[in-house]
Every structure is written in C-alpha cells, then in structure tokens.
Ligand binder design. Structure first.
Ligand SMILES: [Fe+2]
Length: 365
C-alpha cells in the first residue's frame, strides 16, 4: 500500500494519503484547506485516482479541504452520521467499510472529543487513524463540541487500545514533532488513557484542564459543517436557513435580527446562554427565554427539542455565537444567534422581562 503522512505546520495537523499501488485508487484523511495545492499536486504526481475524502471529525482548529478536493477530483466526501455535517456525500457509522482498490478502512465510532469522532482502522498493514480521540501520549479535549470525557475513555479503551499492540497510531495532530506511535506504546505510556489510568482519574484530569477555545474555532466549525467550502458558498448554506432570514456574521456565525425574533419568538426555542445573575440583572431577558449558561450547554443540549429552531442569546452576541456553533456541531440544523444580543434588544425597546426564569424542569415536569 502506498502511504504518505503530510503536515500543516500552522495548525500542527496531519493529513494522510493512502492508495492501492495497483489500482491507483486513493483516499485522503483530514486534508487542510490551505494545503489544497500541495495535496492535489502529490495526488497528480503519484498518478492516483482519489475516490474518497475522509474527515475524522468536525475540526475546530482548521478548515477542511474536503469540499475543494471533492470538486477537484470528483471524490466522495465522507463524515460520521453523528457529525452534523450535512454536506458529506456519505455519512458513515460504526462497522462500515470504505474501500480503495484492494484495501479498506474500517469505521469505528470513537465519540468523546466530539460526538461524531471516527477512527479509521486499516487491518493490513495495521494502522489506526485516530483523529483527536487518541493523540501520541495524549488525547483531544472534551470540553466543547459535545465532548464527554467518560465517552472518550470508553471509546479509546474499547475501540482503539483493543487493537493488536503493533497497530500503528496516526493521530490528527502532534505538537511536539512526533509522527507515529503504536497501540502497545500508548497502552503503556499514554499519561491520560494508558492502562494505568482509571476512568475517575481521567475525568478529573480532563475537567481540570480549562483550555482556551481554539483561535480558528469561529471560522472552522461552521465552515467544516459544510465541508470547508469557501465562505461565499457557505452563506446561506447553513444547513437549513428557510426558517428565518439567517445571515452570516464576519466570523460565519449564523445570526437573526432582533425584530424578526420579537415577531416570531413563540415559534422558536429562545436559549439564553448568559449566567443566572445576568439573566436576572439590569438587562433582563426575553419573555419565554430559557436559561442554559454556555458552560452547561454541552450537557443541557440533550434535552432541547430538535424539531424547533433555536435562537441563542447573550449580552452582545459573542457567547451566543459560540453557542450557535456548538449546537450546530451537535447536529442542530436550525440554529442562529440573536444579532447584537440583549444590548441591541433593549436599545430597540423590544419586550423584556425581569425576575425568575422558567426552568427547563418546570416545563418538562
Ligand atoms: Fe478536534
């Protein structure tokens, strides 16, 4: 099998090209938008026929070249059916196989870093492309995009570290210049997910990390949900925008106008992502709004009705934008942020309520 490991130094991302040397059929895993020409040249020089472009997950730190490679080579774009990426030609699930020539990759769902994370396993030769689920001596963060440290622990222990010890591990990133590891090595030496760690130790460790959001997140997540196509094609390709006059901000966050929200409030879920003291504070809140602070969104999202559109709200539009992107990455296809937040809302003298919020439990109880 022909195999190449490529690197994007700006985001420390690895891209992998695999091909059948006889049939020339090839697949590429986790290509980076800025490296399109490099990768396309290599595919041409090696006289390969690209049949599929695979992402391990919806990346938050770089934009994928999936859509561009698909356009250039007519290859299929492939993502997890749990990724929320509606642009993909094929949405795969645990147990599926992706063939290229005489070779195939087995799809293993390894959620925990994001809900839609996949590990692609090649059995001959033995290699696993683990995305951000398992990194060399580390793992991806679990504090946003539907991250869940218990799920990650289970995914890696049961679906990656159970592979034969000599299976080579190829992650989506490395920040220390390492290129490859093996299952046996990670079982012994991974300080987070190695066999010496308990689930409890792992979840405590992940909770204590308190990492800043990735610098390219605001651009990457919305772009990657539409296979990384250029911004002008992204808007209004925001999955489904027919429910409201949704526009994209400079950072590609889907937004709606306060006046539209005031007129259509009862038709949507109004989700206020501020802290409780702000919700009850001088700016007040929109009548009917529910309070789920941004930090609790990943867990709170599970009980939100999927059939209703969601408008996220905060003080001036920053946190609500992040929340909209996070919900989109969790597969909510009709979601937008209230443009200008409560500051703009009150400036336009739209209705405000003060006092105790309706708790989600009240409505559901
Ligand atoms: Fe990631």
């Amino acid at each position: 099998m022909l195999f190449r490991q490529l690197f994007d130094s700006d985001t420390s991302t690895y891209t992998y090209l695999l091909a059948d040397e006889e049939t020339r059929e090839a697949v590429i895993i986790d290509p980076v938008y800025e490296q399109l020409e490099r990768d396309a040249s290599l595919i041409g020089e090696l006289e390969l026929r690209l049949v599929a472009v695979l992402d391990t997950h919806v990346h938050a730190d770089h934009v994928t070249a999936q859509g561009l490679l698909r356009q250039r080579f007519g290859a299929k774009s492939i993502m997890s059916e749990r990724s929320g990426a509606v642009c993909a030609d094929q949405l795969v699930k645990h147990g599926d196989h992706i063939a290229f020539g005489r070779h195939a990759l087995e799809v293993r769902e390894t959620p925990g870093h994001t809900n839609g994370c996949l590990t692609y396993v090649c059995h001959e030769p033995r290699m696993a492309f683990t995305g951000d689920a398992l990194l060399i001596r580390g793992c991806g963060r679990t504090d946003f995009q539907g991250g869940d440290s218990s799920a990650l622990f289970q995914s890696v222990r049961e679906r990656v570290l159970t592979l034969p010890d000599d299976t080579l591990i190829y992650p989506a990133h490395d920040y220390k210049g390492r290129t490859v590891s093996s299952v046996g090595e990670e079982k012994r030496h991974n300080p987070r997910l190695g066999l010496a760690r308990s689930l409890q130790e792992f979840t405590q460790l992940m909770t204590a990390l308190k990492l800043p959001h990735p610098r390219k997140m605001d651009v990457s997540v919305p772009a990657n949900l539409v296979c990384g196509l250029p911004a002008e094609k992204v808007q209004p390709g925001w999955t489904d925008v027919d429910w409201a006059p949704v526009t994209a901000s400079a950072a590609s966050v889907p937004e709606v106008d306060p006046r539209w929200v005031a007129a259509n409030g009862p038709r949507v879920t109004l989700l206020d992502v501020r802290e409780p003291d702000e919700f009850h504070g001088p700016l007040g809140h929109i009548p009917g709004a529910e309070l789920v602070p941004l930090a609790a969104l990943a867990t709170g999202a599970g009980s939100l009705p999927r059939e209703r559109p969601i408008v996220t709200i905060c003080r001036s539009g920053g946190r609500s934008g992040k929340a909209a992107l996070e919900l989109a990455s969790l597969g909510f296809i009709r979601v937008a942020s209230l443009r200008g937040g409560m500051r703009e809302w009150t400036e336009q003298r739209l209705p405000v309520e003060y006092g105790r919020p309706p708790q989600r439990q009240d409505r559901q109880g």
